[in-house]
Design a protein. Structure first.
Length: 402
C-alpha cells in the first residue's frame, strides 16, 4: 500500500509556494494532482464525496453556467477556466486520506517556517532600502512585498494564520517567541486593518477561553501587537481613519463627485454596494442571475462614469467584498452556498473544540467582507486547501487546548 506521508510535504509545499510567482503554485498543484491519482490507482481508492465537496462543485457549476447569459462572454470563459480549482481541489480530498491532528499540525508548522523566512526576507530587504535612501516607503504596505510583486492583503492572511498557529498549537520556547515577534512585526508593517484587528481579537478570545486573562506571559503578544499598532498610527494616521466612513451620507446620496474626490477603504466598499443595489432595483432578475462570472467590472466602470467619479476607481478596483462580487456575477444562490460552507465549517470546528480551525475559518470569513479573494489565484488556492485541511482532519480526540 502506498504511504500517504507524501501528501504532507506536497501540501506544505503548495502553501509555501503561494507567495512565489503564480507558475510555481500551479506546478506544485499539478504534482499534487498527479500523485493523488497515482495514490488512488495503487491503493484502489474510491473517491468519497462529502457534502462540502458537493457544495463546492455546485458553486462552480452555477458560476460556469452564468457564461450563457453573461454580458461579457470572453471574460466569463476566462473565469470558468481560472476557477476550475473549485472542482479539482475538492476532488483531490475525496481521495486523500483523512489527516491526524499531528499531521495537520505538521503542515501548518512547515507553512509557519516558510512564512517566517519570507517575513525576514521582506523586512531585511525593506531595511536595506531604508539605510540606502532614508525612506521608510519599502518597509510598509504594498512596497514591503514588492520584491516579489505581491499583494499585501494575501501575505497578511498567510502571516495571520501562521501567527495564530504559533499561539494556539505550539509550546512555549525561545524559537516560538522569536517567530511570534517576527510574524507580528511583519503583520503590522503590512498594515491590513481587517486582518490585524481580527487576529488581535482572536488571540484575546483564545487567552480568555483558556482562563489565562491574568497571566502576564499570555498577554504579551496582544499587548505587543497593540503597542505597535498605536505607534504605527502616529506614523500613519490613516490606519484607523480608513476603517470609518466619515462621508457616509454623501457616499449613498451624491450623484456627482469632484475630480479629486477621495474614498477611504470603507467608503469605497459602501459606494460599490450602492452600485449593486441600484442595478438590482433596475433589473430584479440580476438577484438570481448576476452579470456573469468575471463580468461585473465594466458595470462598476459605467456607474463611475455616470457619477463622475475620478479616473481609475471604476477600472482599478473590484467590489472588494466577495459576497457582493459573487452576487453581482452569479446571483444570490452562489452567495448562499458560500455562507453555507462557512456555517458548516465553523459549526464543525466549534463542536470539536478545534479553536485553531475555528479561527482560520473565521478570519477567512471576515476577510471576504473586505476582499474578493476568489478573484486571485493565491486567495482561491489558499481558501480551498485550508478549508479541506480543517475538514480532512480526524476529529477523534481533537482538542485545541491540549
Amino acid at each position: 500500500m502506498k504511504s500517504k506521508s507524501y501528501f504532507i510535504p506536497l501540501i506544505s509545499l503548495l502553501l509555501a509556494s503561494l507567495p512565489l510567482p503564480l507558475i510555481v503554485s500551479t506546478l506544485v498543484l499539478a504534482v499534487l494532482i498527479a500523485y493523488t491519482i497515482y495514490y488512488a490507482i495503487v491503493n484502489h481508492s474510491k473517491p468519497v464525496l462529502q457534502k462540502e465537496q458537493y457544495v463546492f462543485i455546485a458553486f462552480y457549476a452555477l458560476s460556469a453556467i452564468s457564461y450563457f447569459w453573461s454580458i461579457n462572454k470572453p471574460l466569463s470563459l476566462i473565469g470558468v477556466e481560472r476557477k476550475v480549482a473549485f472542482v479539482l481541489i475538492p476532488l483531490l480530498f475525496t481521495v486523500i486520506p483523512p489527516f491526524k491532528q499531528q499531521e495537520r499540525n505538521q503542515i501548518f508548522y512547515n507553512f509557519t517556517i516558510a512564512m517566517t523566512a519570507y517575513a525576514l526576507f521582506f523586512i531585511l530587504s525593506g531595511s536595506l532600502f531604508y539605510f540606502q535612501t532614508g525612506s521608510l516607503e519599502n518597509l510598509t504596505h504594498h512596497k514591503l512585498v514588492s520584491p516579489l510583486n505581491l499583494n499585501r492583503i494575501y501575505v497578511s492572511l498567510f502571516t495571520s494564520i501562521t501567527l495564530l498557529y504559533q499561539v494556539i498549537k505550539t509550546k512555549r520556547s525561545k524559537q516560538k517567541t522569536s517567530m511570534l515577534v517576527i510574524l507580528s512585526v511583519f503583520l503590522i508593517l503590512l498594515s491590513s486593518k481587517t486582518i490585524i484587528i481580527t487576529t488581535l481579537l482572536l488571540v484575546l478570545f483564545y487567552i480568555l477561553k483558556k482562563n489565562l486573562s491574568f497571566n502576564k506571559k499570555a498577554l504579551f503578544l496582544p499587548l505587543f501587537i497593540l503597542t505597535i499598532l498605536l505607534v504605527s498610527n502616529k506614523v500613519n494616521p490613516r490606519f484607523f481613519s480608513e476603517l470609518i466612513p466619515s462621508k457616509y451620507k454623501e457616499i449613498i446620496q451624491a450623484t456627482d463627485f469632484k475630480k479629486n474626490y477621495y474614498f477611504n477603504g470603507a467608503e469605497l466598499r459602501i459606494f460599490y454596494t450602492r452600485f449593486l443595489a441600484e442595478y438590482i432595483r433596475e433589473k430584479p432578475s440580476l438577484l438570481l442571475s448576476g452579470f456573469g462570472l468575471n463580468a461585473s467590472q465594466e458595470m462598476i466602470a459605467k456607474k463611475c462614469v455616470n457619477y463622475r467619479v475620478p479616473d481609475g476607481y471604476g477600472t482599478t478596483y473590484n467590489f472588494h467584498n466577495q459576497f457582493n462580487q459573487t452576487l453581482a456575477e452569479t446571483g444570490v444562490i452562489t452567495v448562499l452556498l458560500i455562507l453555507y460552507l462557512f456555517f458548516i465549517a465553523l459549526k464543525r470546528s466549534w463542536k470539536n473544540t478545534d479553536f485553531f480551525g475555528f479561527a482560520v475559518i473565521f478570519i477567512l470569513f471576515m476577510l471576504m467582507n473586505t476582499e474578493s479573494i476568489f478573484n486571485r489565484q493565491r486567495g482561491m488556492y489558499f481558501f480551498l486547501i485550508v478549508y479541506f485541511l480543517i475538514f480532512a482532519t480526524k476529529t477523534n480526540g481533537l482538542q485545541s487546548n491540549k
